[in-house]
Design a protein around this ligand. Sequence first.
Ligand code: DGY
Length: 326
Amino acid sequence: MKPRILVTREVFDETLAYLAQHCEVEPNQADVPLDAQTLAQRMQDKDGVVCALTDRIDDALLARSTRLKVVANIAVGYNNIDLAACTARGVMATNTPGVLDDSTADLAWTLMLAAARRLTEAEAYIRAGNWRGWHLKQLLGVDVHHATLGILGMGRIGQVIARRASGFDMPVIYHNRTRLSAAIEERLRARYVSKDDLLAQSDFLVLQVPYSPQTHHLIGADELKRMKPTAILINSTRGGVIDDRALIQALRHGTIRAAGLDVFEGEPKLDPGFLELRNVVLSPHIGSSTEATRRAMAMTAARNAVAALTGATPPNLLNPEAVGKT
Ligand code: DGY
């Protein structure tokens, strides 16, 4: 008997084909998001689940999924999974680190450049038929080159963002829970500073910390006040790291210059205040969304799931303590 696996969202054909070699697969190619009740019903008889950040995998769900051995998230972030509960119940949890670093870093840069050069405003202006011709003070932006790039959270993606800064002749400063080695700092040409100095000195501040109770509202009214009035804030990590209401006030009153946001508190709902602002560039959580990267993420999750269900150690196991618990 092959192990049974649920795939909660639409994936690529090759992902399903690979899973089908090893498992009996229940797909969801119609991509109808599964509510908690439906998810629990579908998971009841499954040995594994390939899921997405839109699925909440909590202890109540795990308690009802008595056969479950693995939760394979199609994402590097895993704040949608109660990892401690997985471990306590002997369920392996996995994510997809590495394959999305470059694409996500590119999107952070896209937001930086777009916010600095007012790209979405400029495009809206053309599309509205308002362009009457060139003039000297038209849609004045700010320079990205030679500005100071600050990175809060210098993990893998933060480091890729830093690497790209040398092409723009930007000094890089960063703050992280753990300071990088001198060799890595030298390679990235990045200087470690306190969080206060990062806030005070960054022209562009990019957030790359994972979301957790510790990083909830890491940037709120207080932090925004400590930034330069000319600063541009970028978030392509997780909603909730910024207090969105405080950011809207800051953008409205010129506490900071602009923002570029790919993620939001309570997404896909969005605080309507953002839509009234011209100094914010918005995108719908597409940081990793290139065809190659999303294919690689789905295959990585599938490989993790199959490894767990065939007695191997998944390459991206988050909770080794879960192994052999059941
Ligand atoms: C991740 O991998 O955490 C991304 O946010 C998914 O797009």
